[in-house]
Design a protein around this ligand. Structure first.
Ligand SMILES: CC(C)(COP(=O)(O)OP(=O)(O)OC[C@H]1O[C@@H](n2cnc3c(N)ncnc32)[C@H](O)[C@@H]1OP(=O)(O)O)[C@@H](O)C(=O)NCCC(=O)NCCS
Length: 151
């Protein structure tokens, strides 16, 4: 299976809002995502898709402000999980952020989300803060951080 990674388009938004709900249990909503795609210089939405069929495999959304970036949403749809595609997607994003001279990357993850935490740790992210009762179900969030680049 061959994959490609590309910028999200307006025509993807309805599918992405649906997948957000399935994979993350929440979404910014179609209107907000569309307005980010059309108007925001800070938000970047990337899609991983199957090259031939164009099936969407996953997405990562990023907030990038000069040398700081935050990973907002990240998922691989269920049927493609555990095939190292999440790792490939993260690898692409880390190289991309390095190439545009980002130095610090942060993200928030549910304390119980072992698959995601393991994946982030493999890219040297470390838990730097615990945000107690951060989610609506009372669960804690881990704020994870990695510094990249040489200086
Ligand atoms: C987290 C997520 C993106 C991982 O994507 P994936 O493509 O399935 O992950 P990969 O196959 O690339 O796995 C990479 C590593 O992550 C860890 N990992 C991934 N899934 C795991 C699982 N179910 N259990 C334990 N470790 C897991 C392993 O260390 C794995 O390496 P290994 O297969 O060599 O052991 C995917 O599980 C997902 O979309 N989850 C739902 C949404 C979500 O939680 N997003 C993150 C929000 S912060």
């Amino acid at each position: 299976m061959e994959i490609t990674i590309r910028n999200m388009r307006i025509s993807d938004v309805a599918t992405i809002a649906k997948y957000d709900m399935v994979l993350l249990g929440e979404t910014l909503g179609e209107e907000t995502i569309k307005s980010h795609l059309e108007n925001s210089d800070l938000m970047r939405y990337l899609i991983m898709e199957e090259k031939e069929t164009k099936e969407i495999i996953g997405q990562i959304s990023l907030w990038i402000d000069e040398d700081k970036a935050q990973i907002n949403n990240f998922y691989i749809i269920k049927k493609y999980q555990r095939m190292h595609l999440g790792k490939s997607f993260m690898d692409y994003v880390m190289k991309y952020l390095g190439a545009i001279h980002v130095k610090e990357i942060t993200l928030e993850v549910r304390a119980s989300n072992e698959p995601a935490i393991k994946l982030y740790e493999s890219f040297d992210f470390k838990v730097v803060t615990v945000r107690k009762n951060y989610y609506s179900n009372g669960e804690d969030a881990f704020l994870m951080y990695v510094g990249i680049g040489s200086d």
